[in-house]
Design a protein around this ligand. Structure first.
Ligand SMILES: Cc1cc2nc3c(=O)[nH]c(=O)nc-3n(C[C@H](O)[C@H](O)[C@H](O)COP(=O)(O)O)c2cc1C
Length: 332
């Protein structure tokens, strides 16, 4: 009985230590970030290849997540930015016993107690061609898990804007982002930010805008032939991904179909959230994840809404019913 009571006492004191860890948060860093998000916050030299807000290159979200919380946030960031999601996977996966922070002898706790430990990665994660890297991890004992050090020390971040983010029980990001930046020794590292696992898309969108992940100054423009069409675009991950495709101008050869629409292949697959939809003239939708459809009549099918052209049915019919057209999308 005595033994059981003393084990409970140890677990309680560890929980209190974790909570205390949360109280040593450094909220002033977040404020600094929102004042000047493009500031490089550490000893690494900002390089002039990567301008925050310039997304002409690839955007990648790389994440280590032991129990799925940070991965959930990473998925939202990837959907909002149209980025590719890559997981940082340990060669030896963490079991729940490994993650038991109530046990001072557990693998994760022992690793965090030794700054020199570098757990091996399951495989290489290529960040070649990447210009903006969102880098996510959970907080373990106030720091980034040691596997994040393995990751940053084995990559060259020259020309990359690195934007760290983390999840935790309550602790802030602390100096974990600075430590990783110093270990990386290259790249333009921005101030990182901690999110709860339950963070809403709106908060992430605001942060992405602040940090320059999506340039809200630019607009997505649609041309049918040479005519620019006024469009109210949806605010969703599919449109964000379309914006990325349209940064280098996207030309699509459309074909008339069914006497109510023109459809064309985008050449890429976008994130989709298909719903049964009855369309009307002017509706612009994503079909099958990789085709854009513009309507001058109505159809009922499962689509992801992209936007609506603010023209009358007569104007849409005039534009689209006389033969196949070429459309151009530009994000500028
Ligand atoms: C070994 C270990 C240590 C942890 N240390 C802290 C900590 O210091 N502060 C905190 O708020 N949360 C701490 N946590 C909780 C995690 O940061 C939190 O559950 C996180 O969201 C998990 O993310 P994941 O599911 O992506 O792995 C710790 C968790 C583990 C497993």
């Amino acid at each position: 009985m005595k033994k059981i009571i003393s084990i409970i006492a140890v677990i309680c004191s560890l929980c209190i230590a974790l909570a205390a860890c949360g109280q040593t948060a450094t909220p002033e860093k977040t404020a600094k970030n929102s004042e000047n998000p493009a500031v490089t916050q550490n000893g690494t030299k900002p390089d002039d290849h990567a301008e925050p807000g310039d997304l002409s290159g690839n955007v990648i979200v790389a994440v280590f997540s032991a129990t799925g919380t940070t991965k959930g946030v990473a998925e939202k960031i990837a959907a909002l930015t149209g980025a590719e999601l890559k997981e940082i996977v340990p060669a030896v996966p963490y079991t729940s016993a490994d993650l038991n922070y109530g046990n001072s002898g557990s693998r994760a706790t022992k690793e965090q107690n030794d700054a020199d430990v570098r757990p091996q990665l399951a495989g290489d994660i290529s960040i070649e061609g990447c210009r903006v890297l969102y880098l996510g991890y959970p907080i373990w004992w106030g720091e980034a898990p040691r596997i994040m050090s393995t990751f940053v020390e084995s990559h060259d971040f020259t020309g990359i804007t690195v934007i760290p983010f983390c999840t935790s029980g309550s602790s802030d990001i602390g100096s974990s982002d600075d430590t990783l930046a110093a270990q990386a020794g290259s790249g333009n590292w921005l101030q990182g930010k901690r999110f709860p696992g339950s963070v809403k898309e709106d908060e992430l969108r605001e942060w992405i805008t602040e940090t320059g992940g999506i340039d809200m100054e630019k607009t997505l423009k649609l041309y049918i032939g040479d005519a620019e069409i006024p469009v109210e675009w949806e605010d969703n991950g599919s449109v964000n991904a379309l914006k990325k495709l349209a940064e280098k101008t996207l030309a699509v050869q459309m074909s008339m179909y069914g006497g109510f629409e023109q459809v064309g292949a985008l050449g890429s697959t976008l994130p989709r959230d298909d719903r049964q939809t009855t369309t009307e003239a002017g509706d612009i939708v994503l079909y099958s994840g990789n085709q854009i459809v513009i309507f001058y009549g109505s159809n009922s099918w499962s689509y992801t809404r992209l936007g609506h052209a603010s023209l009358s049915e007569q104007e849409m019919t005039e534009l689209l019913s006389h033969g196949d057209v070429n459309i151009t999308l530009k994000f500028e």
